[in-house]
Design a protein around this ligand. Structure first.
Ligand code: SAM
Length: 356
């Protein structure tokens, strides 16, 4: 083994916190992992040997996962940490790892993650392989969903860091969130997040970390999840369109899905709701959590086609008739094919053709 890749003896992660007198901060959702068996296990889902791989670690904190990544021989590790108190101890790790580790004092939500990876090692989306890159993070609970939504949006456009290819992520989520990410039709946890993540990514539940394994211990357990962007998305539409439709369908979770569909359109446009149902073939009395991905796909394509004719429908995101009225008062009622929006519009079945 290359001697450069062996870490010299270091103070333990717990000692590092004492040494630098760092205490967990609640507003940064800091819950640390000290046990190398757990940090090694998280990292193992990125690969058993990381030689030749480049890793971006989100929120390294005192560096437990960071050490596991370095021990597995990663070629390059970029760590992104927001809390300045960890920078000196992370700098110590960067010094011993020499040119294998780069330290970024930044907020991951603003960080240009493309700089973490070598562009010349990108793998185009239409090639079957994955790039030798990976995100790893024991995420703070308060940013895990905003970050996931940002990445899903970027994946759907194959932009930002995902221009470099189908980069996998191994991330922690609050257990209930992890469950939602992997829920299937009929599961009680199936929700907006299940659809918007699964249409873009293969998702694997790796293992559970009990709250008691963290310092300080959160009241909840944590699920480790691996997401790999799909080569061909189940729905060929941008994240925002899919999320908009799915959010409305799930608006009334226990009710018939037709109720949620109604909230996508202005009042008195039940003909558009009927169009959605006819073209997608969805049973209007089905509760949303029982619908399959193919149902959501057909609903999204039909909605997108309706919006091609009446773009204003995309602009209003509300569950209230009052807001539609306000929008019409402010912008005037759109005229489609010589008729006002309160008149039915005819559509063909091209959305169904796109879906088949
Ligand atoms: N990886 C460490 C571990 O497993 O022990 C720390 C995990 S702790 C749950 C989350 C870490 O993310 C903290 O170090 C916190 O300061 C950092 N963090 C919080 N918000 C962040 C953000 N927006 N960008 C980058 N790091 C952030």
């Amino acid at each position: 083994m290359n001697s450069k890749r062996i870490l010299p003896p270091l103070p333990t992660v717990a000692h590092i916190l004492k040494l630098y007198n760092v205490q967990a901060r609640k507003h940064l959702a800091q819950n640390f992992l000290f046990d190398p068996k757990i940090t090694d296990r998280i990292v193992s889902y990125a690969g058993s040997d990381l030689a030749g791989r480049e890793i971006c670690e989100i929120g390294p904190g005192p560096g437990g996962i960071t050490r596991s990544i370095l021990r597995r021989n990663a070629d390059l590790l970029s760590v992104v940490e927001k809390d300045a108190r960890f920078i000196p101890s992370l700098q110590m790790l960067a010094d011993v790892a020499q040119d294998r580790m780069r330290l970024h004092h930044a907020d991951i939500l603003d960080f240009d993650a493309k700089t973490a990876f070598s562009e010349n090692k990108a793998v185009p989306w239409m090639e079957s392989g994955l790039p030798q890159f990976c995100f790893i993070g024991n995420l703070p609970f308060n940013i895990s969903l905003p970050l996931l939504f940002k990445y899903l949006d970027d994946i759907s456009h194959r932009r930002g860091v995902f221009e470099l290819g189908r980069i996998p992520s191994v991330l922690t989520f609050q257990y209930e969130v992890a469950e939602r990410l992997i829920s299937l039709p009929g599961d009680r946890q199936r929700c907006r997040l299940s659809i918007t993540a699964q249409y873009l990514c293969h998702i694997k539940y790796c293992f559970t970390i009990y709250g008691s394994s963290f310092v300080p211990a959160p009241k909840v357990n944590v699920g480790v999840v691996k997401l790999v962007p799909k080569q061909h998305f189940d729905i060929q539409l941008p994240f925002r369109t899919v999320d908009h439709v799915v959010k409305h369908v799930f608006h009334l979770r226990q009710a018939y899905c037709v109720k949620g569909l109604r909230s996508l359109f202005p009042p008195q446009r039940d003909d558009l709701v009927a169009q959605m149902i006819k073209v997608s073939g969805v049973n209007p009395e089905m509760p949303p959590y029982k619908l399959y991905m193919s149902h959501f796909r057909d609903l999204c394509y039909t909605f997108d086609e309706i919006c091609e004719k009446i773009p204003q429908i995309r602009e209003v995101d509300t569950y209230s008739d009052k807001d539609w009225k306000k929008y019409f008062d402010e912008h005037g009622e759109p005229i489609v094919e010589g008729k006002s929006l309160t008149h039915p519009v005819r559509f063909n079945d091209s959305a169904r053709e796109r879906a088949t």
